[in-house]
Structures are given as structure tokens and as C-alpha cells.
Design a protein around this ligand. Structure first.
Ligand code: SF4
Length: 392
């Protein structure tokens, strides 16, 4: 079956970064192809990309695109070119265009804020937690931590969102169980107070599982307890809300629970078109011969022939044939298969079965699902209140 046409693109406008985070799949994973690509998106590639996106809109009749300007560190693209690119995308793509930037924030100043405001660009910042947690992994090449500069950027974006209407989509962290989830939630609430946050599961699969999964389970459970007991003042949290959505039978739009297809398409600075780059944790680009298509030479839909893209973007079907083809034996007998749907595809990898496994975070997903379901059931029976799906 052909995948649903993707409306989500990550455009790598700068291939390098001003930080050297030790968990970065781009610089410290299996794939080192960034070394052979241009440091920034070239003007000719930019033009070819625009034409390819216009053609994609025409062919698919999509009326909405989500474009994430990404890197490396995307602000290293430079203010002039960034601003011109954003204006051109707004002018030449006839659709409901959601433009976002995912940045470490270190270069943000008043001129960048003006560029974001003028082009209605939503800003999402990366920060991992209190200083000792953040600095342990998100550091400069000389080993110095980046927390203080990141915090300044967050404060600047928060102020501009409050007074100038800057679109601020929130904070993304990578889970670090050196503190409890409760402590993390207190920090995000009291120090950062973003409109939304998400705490990503660390990159892991069956070849390289997370060292201490039980600690991670406790971490997420205690974060959920704090978050849930904070209602109605809780800060929106993508992962927990995606689990609530699936319990309430509304579609989850997150990739790590609920079988939402990982159909995001990556465009690199050389114009090459790829499936979700989280696959590069394990599989270098050069290992896949179908990973050799470019804007200007190919249609974006040619990605449908890519082996990994087929796996990532296939729509979830609750039937034995699909489960046998795409998930693990354990998933077949799982009581929550119709909710979890095997978790995030990249977390299922093993050399032996490729992606035909349960998630390496299976126990965590199972525990979180039951804890959240229990909390929802209690809420309904104690307060006699429905939890509206639209709330999440
Ligand atoms: S909880 Fe585990 S076994 Fe069940 S569907 Fe999710 S990954 Fe598969």
C-alpha cells in the first residue's frame, strides 16, 4: 500500500552546529554523511527545493505543509539567507504553511526575533533540564556547558512571546534519569514555564538498549504523577497527551505511541531526500542504495521506493499480516496493541529482525499506558467528569 503523502518536512539548512551534544545522532551516531555535504543549503539547491515542494503540493493536493527549519544549528544559515528563504516559502507555497525552527537558541538576538516575527515562524528550543543535567550532554566542543546561554535564549523568547506575540512552541528535552521526573517537572514549571514541553526517549534499539530501563520507567511515572496532579495548571506535554489521546480513541499525532506514521521527509543541504533521520542512529545513509534521490532530479514522492521510508510511513493496520510484517511477536499477544501499536519504529530495530520487534521501551510504554489509564478512570469515577478528547 502507498504511504499517505507526507505533509511534514525537515529542511536541514545548516549541516554544522555550534554545540557538540554527546547524544547527537547527526554527529555522534552511525551516520557521518554530514561531512561530505555543503555546510549550508546552496542557492541553487534552495531553488530546486522550492520547485519540488510546489510540485509536491500540486501532485498531492495537500492544503497544509509543516516545515521545520533544522540543522545542525539552523541559525548558522545566517540572518539574511534565513529571512529570504522564509519569505520565499511563504510567498511561493500556496497552502496553509506552518513554519517552525528547532534551535539551541545560542545565537538568538533581537534581529533574529524580528525575522521570526515577520515570517510567523514558531520557535522551539532544546534544553534538557536544570544546569547539571543540561550541561552534562549539551556542551561546546571544549566541554563547557551551554545552560546559561540557553536559559538567556529561553527568557528572551518567553518575553517576546508575551509582549510581541512571537510564536513559541515550547521546549524539547531528552530524558535524563539522573534526576527524578518530579524534579524535572518542577524545573520546567518554575524556571522555564513554556507553553508546551516534550521529553524524548533517548535514542536506543535492541542493539544498544538504554542502560537502566527501570530507572527511566520511574522517571516518566513520577513526571506523570506531578504533571497530572498539577491540573488544571499543568503545562501541555506532548508524550503524555499522545497516550491520553489514544486512550480516548482520538488519533495520536506523536510518533512514540499510537502508531502515528513517521512519514516526515528530510531534505539535506545537498538537496538529497531521505526518510526520518532518526533511522541514522543505526543505519548509515550510504548503506541504503535507495537513499540516493535529490530535489531537482527526482520528485519528492520517489521517496516511496525507499526501504526505510516504506517501513516508517506505512499506515498502521490492526491485522495479523501487518503485525507480522512490521511488529514483534510480543506485540501480537499484547493487550494494548491497538493503543501502543509497537511504539516508535526506530526503537524496534535489531540486526536479526530489522524493525520486526516490540519497542525496546516496551515495559515503559506498557507501564505508562496503565498508569495514565488508571488516572483517567479515577478522575472519571471520583469527579464524575468526562475528560474531553478535545482537551488533548
Ligand atoms: S507495549 Fe510492547 S508489546 Fe505492546 S504493542 Fe507496545 S511495544 Fe508491542
Amino acid at each position: 500500500m502507498e504511504p499517505v503523502p507526507s505533509n511534514t518536512f525537515v529542511i536541514k539548512i545548516a549541516e554544522h552546529c555550534n554545540l557538540d551534544c554527546d547524544y547527537c545522532y547527526m554527529y555522534n551516531g552511525a551516520d557521518l554523511s554530514f561531512k561530505s555535504r555543503p555546510r549550508v543549503l546552496g542557492p541553487n539547491t534552495e531553488q530546486a527545493l522550492l520547485s519540488a515542494l510546489q510540485e509536491h503540493l500540486k501532485d498531492t493536493r495537500l492544503d497544509r505543509l509543516n516545515i521545520f527549519l533544522h540543522g545542525g544549528e539552523p541559525l548558522l544559515f545566517g540572518k539574511k539567507r534565513f529571512s529570504k528563504l522564509a519569505k520565499t516559502l511563504r510567498k511561493q507555497l500556496y497552502c496553509d504553511l506552518h513554519l517552525s525552527v528547532q534551535t539551541n537558541g545560542l545565537l538568538i538576538d533581537s534581529e533574529w526575533i524580528d525575522i521570526f516575527l515577520q515570517n510567523k515562524i514558531s520557535v522551539c528550543l532544546s534544553c534538557d533540564g536544570p544546569q547539571h543535567i543540561h550541561d552534562a550532554h549539551r556542551h561546546f566542543t571544549n566541554g563547557a556547558g551551554s545552560y546559561e546561554q540557553t536559559l538567556e535564549a529561553i527568557q528572551c523568547v518567553t518575553k517576546e512571546a508575551t509582549y510581541q506575540g512571537l510564536k513559541y512552541s515550547g521546549i524539547i528535552s531528552v530524558a535524563n534519569a539522573s534526576i527524578s521526573g518530579d524534579e524535572y517537572y518542577s524545573w520546567i514549571k518554575e524556571v522555564i514555564h513554556p507553553p508546551r514541553f516534550d521529553v524524548l526517549l533517548p535514542d536506543a534499539d535492541w542493539e544498544s538498549p538504554y542502560q537502566n530501563p527501570n530507572i527511566l520507567i520511574d522517571y516518566y511515572l513520577s513526571m506523570f504523577e506531578s504533571w497530572w496532579s498539577d491540573r488544571p495548571d499543568e503545562i501541555r506535554m506532548t508524550f503524555f497527551e499522545s497516550i491520553i489521546s489514544t486512550i480516548l480513541d482520538t488519533p495520536s499525532h506523536a510518533e512514540n505511541f499510537g502508531g502515528f506514521s513517521a512519514s516526515t521527509i528530510i531534505i539535506e543541504t545537498d538537496g538529497s531526500i531521505h526518510p526520518h533521520d532518526v533511522f541514522r542512529i543505526r543505519v548509515p545513509l550510504s548503506a541504503d542504495p535507495t537513499d540516493n534521490i535529490f530535489v531537482g532530479e527526482n520528485k519528492i514522492s520517489d521517496i516511496n521506493n525507499n526501504h526505510l521510508y516504506k517501513i516508517a510511513a506505512e499506515r498502521f493496520e490492526l491485522d495479523d499480516a501487518f503485525i507480522q510484517r512490521r511488529l514483534g511477536v510480543k506485540c501480537m499477544d499484547c493487550k494494548i496493541i491497538n493503543k501502543c501499536r509497537g511504539g516508535f519504529v526506530a526503537h524496534r530495530y535489531s540486526r536479526q529482525n530489522e524493525y520486526r520487534n516490540e519497542s525496546v521501551y516496551c515495559d515503559l510504554l506498557y507501564s505508562l499506558y496503565h498508569t495514565i489509564k488508571h488516572a483517567l478512570d479515577l478522575h472519571r469515577s471520583n469527579d464524575h467528569l468526562p475528560i474531553e478528547a478535545t482537551q488533548y
